[in-house]
Design a protein around this ligand. Structure first.
Ligand SMILES: *Cc1c(COP(=O)(O)O)cnc(C)c1O
Length: 392
């Protein structure tokens, strides 16, 4: 799985993603230092590890000090198990009732956010005779998943009648911690979380793992770390948002710029070079017209690969360390770029779609800005079938 970028491996590919082990390790070390040794470092590897490749990332995470995993679905959790990962896995979304026994046999941590689920999980674990650990999600103001304060006492009463269900954790998730530099709402949620914890303690229930922090909270507020953190986007070297970056710079003296190292580079190669006369149109819909004799390089990557069609005539790629603008519409599997001002471009030259080449860099965030979304979406949608390799 480890290969250098110009190894025989990549020679056979039209497009691929490289994951930098050294960048990943640096990020993980930074977060371990930030949270300390007593806090569980759970890495979020849902959605193919945010498009980075779940197997590659899970291997790196396990090898370099992550304690456990968080995923969205039972299927993601089962894949981790069948790839040999024995660490704890928290399944953060609903497990279909029909598959609860699979989840309990897998010894996963299950999130619960209502009493109906609790009853079903209890029944399934008693049928199997296997105990199950649950993490109760508390509603503190995100209004997505979570049990309301009003329903909490009833839930606890029911739980205390059950012998196979162990409340290992309680958690919540912030609604507005990365989208703003005003963190009042996050503090309100934290206060509600503390109040609900108090309700739980008053019943004599003492969950081992209290957790609230996603990347932005880990970066900005040690008060949110509790016993465990759920580190998503920033393990991959991406700031949750510009607002988080700015808040971080204001609160801490370290140079924020150097704290996180982007882990992912998305590459392709030139598959055709052609000279096009002035006043020719490029591609479908004839949306770009040349104004001079133009040299076009054709790249074997398009919107089906996750290179968004809205980048047509908008973005650029890196070839020989220089920017080559996209000309015309991005096709399903092909993209045309202008290399008129880049001397010496050759067939099969390596092209960077996201990442660094020479002194230039294209960040996932730059592409996200061009198409009105966030970098979370840009990296997650890099087609999951494209090979991912770990490079030093
Ligand atoms: C995805 C997710 C996270 C990770 O968030 P980041 O902003 O990527 O760090 C944490 N907690 C929950 C519940 C999530 O769904």
């Amino acid at each position: 799985m480890v290969a250098s970028s110009e190894s025989g491996n990549t020679r056979g590919w039209l497009t691929w993603v490289e994951i930098s082990e050294s960048a990943y390790v640096q990020n993980l070390k930074f977060f371990r230092k930030r949270i300390g040794t007593g806090v569980e470092l759970a890495v979020v590897v849902k959605a193919n590890a945010y498009g980075h490749g779940w197997q590659q990332i899970a291997h790196l995470a396990a090898r370099h000090g992550a304690d456990s995993f968080c995923v969205h679905s039972l299927d993601e959790a089962l894949k981790l198990r069948s790839a040999g990962f024995q660490q704890d896995v928290l399944i953060m979304s609903h497990v279909p009732f029909a598959r609860l026994e699979e989840a309990i046999r897998g010894k996963f941590r299950l999130v619960i956010f209502n009493q109906e689920d609790l009853v079903a999980v209890d029944a399934a674990s008693r049928r199997l005779g296997i105990p199950v650990r649950i993490h109760l999600k508390l509603e503190t103001g995100t209004y997505r998943q979570g049990i309301d304060a009003d329903h909490l006492p009833g839930f606890l009463d029911a739980l205390q009648q059950m012998s196979f269900v162990q409340l290992e954790g309680v958690y919540t998730h912030f609604a507005n911690i990365e989208d703003t530099t005003n963190h009042d709402y996050a503090w309100l949620q934290l206060t509600r979380f503390q109040e609900m914890l108090q309700t739980i303690r008053e019943r004599g229930v003492h969950p081992l793992k209290k957790h609230t922090a996603c990347s932005a909270a880990i970066l900005l507020f040690p008060e949110t770390h509790f016993d465990m953190v759920r580190l998503g986007i920033s393990q991959y070297g991406l700031w949750p948002s510009r607002e988080t970056f700015v808040s971080y710079k204001i609160r801490f003296t370290e140079n924020g710029e150097d704290v996180l190292q982007p882990v992912l580079t998305w590459k392709t190669r030139v598959v055709q070079i052609k000279d096009v006369p002035a006043e020719s149109t490029i591609g479908y819909g004839r949306t770009y017209q040349t104004t001079r004799p133009t040299r076009i390089a054709v790249l074997p990557v398009g919107y089906s690969d996750g290179y968004d069609r809205r980048l047509s005539n908008q973005s650029y790629v890196l070839i020989r360390g220089k920017r080559a603008p996209v000309r015309g519409r991005i096709c399903m599997n092909l993209t045309m770029v202008d290399v008129t001002d880049i001397p010496g471009v050759q067939l099969e030259d390596e092209v960077v779609l996201i990442g660094r080449q020479g002194n230039e860099q294209i960040r996932a965030d730059d592409l996200a800005g061009m198409i009105g979304t966030i970098h979370y979406e840009v990296v997650t949608r890099i087609n999951w079938d494209i090979p991912r390799i770990v490079v030093p």
